[in-house]
Design a protein around this ligand. Structure first.
Ligand SMILES: [Zn+2]
Ligand SMILES: [Zn+2]
Length: 90
């Protein structure tokens, strides 16, 4: 499986890969910190789900961020949308 055409190094997500589990023994990843070695390409985002691809094993999957689930946010409040890529000045 090749790298996805929409893979962009500027759009990354720090989630563990269920396929190769390359971050399993990594302390920064275990602590939930941003790690230089273990990140995934963020291909798509749909609500609280992210479609990500692992650059190490090229596995692609939908990751449920659980963001907004079970939180005490008031009813009717929309999930905030990310600004479109390329919007921020370099
Ligand atoms: Zn992987
Ligand atoms: Zn790591």
């Amino acid at each position: 499986m090749p790298l996805d055409a929409s893979a962009d190094i500027s759009r990354r997500a720090w989630v563990p890969c269920p396929s190769c589990e390359d971050s399993r023994a990594c302390q920064p990843c275990h602590d939930g910190q941003v790690c230089d070695d273990h990140w995934r390409f963020l291909l798509e985002a749909d609500g609280r789900n992210m479609f990500v691809q692992c650059p190490a094993c090229l596995h692609r999957w939908w990751h449920d961020t659980r963001f907004g689930a079970g939180t005490r946010r008031p009813k009717g409040e929309e999930l905030r949308e990310f600004p479109p890529p390329g919007d921020q000045a370099a």
